[in-house]
Design a protein around this ligand. Structure first.
Ligand code: ADP
Ligand code: ASP
Ligand code: MG
Length: 408
């Protein structure tokens, strides 16, 4: 007998029929003798609908109220799934994050899980119940509802699997595993049987939303066996593994290509080139809670410098107004913003032991006439910023150049 945590994403519970199909699956697992905790997302489109409603009420709704609102989406699906399970003769009990006692910090809309009280869940499992938990939510020490950031149901599932020492955490979604790149952009993408935590962390942080980055971090930290599978098609899916050595023999140099459309660029031109200017520009951005990603500084012959950095697209206008204020005394020439950029990245632990990977990447993009605006590298990834209209072309040509295309 195993203990499984299964998570079903929004598209997998997007209609009454799909919730019933999930109930059929879960009831079958239960009948086969395994214990099962199910985590569900809101029905697809529901969280976006709630965000849109909030924006009609107020320009910048308070994060605390956002969380009260957004957590309702998952509350609907846990109750419906329990009803469907009971209709199949399978005893089931639903829990919101607050009811479980998923304790988080107080960062509304992007809270982090601090602890989970597994007592009630264990009691229910022991009495033969299927436990159904609302993803994406918890409560802080004052009892206020919090949410874990978009895609956060993945993290709920992994955290529960860690707390309950489950045999496997299975993330069921609308693709049958983790692919070499998003199969919706590159139809020649291949499903990976395995991917290391390290690579999956990079892929997730560079924009592959198949798993939320915090879920991968959690699984790596607590050694949770994690697998991505298709909700309604049989198959082995993709195992996220710690085991880097076992497949080094045929380890490809590049394992995957990630991209992020949610990028914008801010350039401050003609800054007097003196010590401390980068800090004078970036410190107020940090203080305004804006995350900065890629940074490039160029020095001109006339003792001035240009500083360019990228932020999430939604933060671009805020960054611009913060900078207009912050650079008043500095005497800069101009501040320019551009939200028609994307970031494309190649990822692979095999890059550690191979030279020339960057050269291949840059030549591939040059051959397609794609101009690289910014570059950033780490041991196992190279990212470039390019104009957004080149996204598909860049992903597909790199996919082919690094030998990732499906071989039929
Ligand atoms: P869910 O609602 O089940 O959480 P998501 O939409 O969050 O599903 O994540 C699944 C989607 O992730 C897929 O439909 C796919 O378009 C996208 N995706 C991006 N990169 C990858 C990748 N490398 N492998 C598989 N899917 C990917
Ligand atoms: N419903 C939330 C979202 O759309 C959480 C999740 O689906 O994981 O982001
Ligand atoms: Mg998701």
């Amino acid at each position: 007998m195993s203990l499984l945590v299964q998570k079903y994403g929004g598209t997998s519970v997007g209609t009454v029929e799909k919730i019933q199909a999930v109930a059929d699956k879960v009831a079958a697992v239960k009948r086969s003798g395994d214990d099962i905790v199910v985590v569900v997302s809101a029905m697809s489109g529901e969280t976006n609908r709630l965000v849109a409603l909030a924006n009609e009420m107020q320009e910048n709704p308070e994060p605390r109220e956002m969380d009260v609102l957004l957590s309702t989406g998952e509350q609907v699906t846990i109750a419906l799934l329990c009803m469907a399970l009971k209709a199949r003769g399978c005893d089931a009990r639903s829990y919101t994050g607050t009811q479980v006692k998923i304790l988080t910090d107080e960062s509304h809309t992007k809270a982090r899980i601090q602890s989970i009280d597994e007592h009630n869940i264990k009691t229910d499992l022991n009495s033969g119940c299927v436990v159904v938990v609302a993803g994406f939510q918890g409560a802080d020490q004052h009892g206020s509802i919090t949410t874990l950031g978009r895609g956060g149901s993945d993290t709920t599932a992994v955290a529960l699997a860690a707390a309950l020492k489950a045999d496997e955490c299975q993330i069921y979604t609308d693709v049958d595993g983790v692919y070499t790149t998003d199969p919706r952009v590159e139809p020649n993408a291949c499903r990976l049987d395995k991917i290391t935590f390290e690579e999956m962390l990079e892929m997730a942080s560079l924009g592959s939303k198949v798993l939320q980055i915090r879920a991968v971090e959690f699984a790596g930290k607590y050694n949770v066996p994690l697998r991505v599978l298709h909700s309604f098609q049989e198959g082995p899916g993709t195992l996220i593994t710690l085991d880097e050595e076992s497949n080094t023999m045929e380890q490809p140099i590049v394992s995957g290509i990630a991209f992020n459309r949610d990028e914008a660029k801010v350039t401050v031109r003609g800054i007097p080139d003196t010590p401390g200017v980068a800090s004078k520009i970036l410190a107020p951005i940090g203080e305004a809670n804006i995350e900065v990603d890629v940074i490039v500084q160029n020095t001109a012959a006339d003792n001035t410098t240009d500083l360019t950095f990228t932020v999430n697209r939604g933060d671009m206008e805020k960054a611009e107004s913060v900078l207009i204020e912050a650079t008043k005394e500095l005497g800069v020439q101009e501040i320019v913003t551009d939200d028609s950029i994307v970031k494309v990245s190649i990822v692979g632990v095999g890059m550690r032991s191979h030279a020339g990977v960057a050269a291949t990447m840059f030549k591939t993009l040059a051959d397609e006439n794609i101009n690289i605006q910014m570059i950033t590298t780490s041991e196992i990834k190279i990212s470039v910023i390019v104009e957004d209209r080149y996204l598909e072309l860049a992903v597909r040509s790199l996919h082919e150049a690094f030998g990732l295309d499906k071989k039929d």
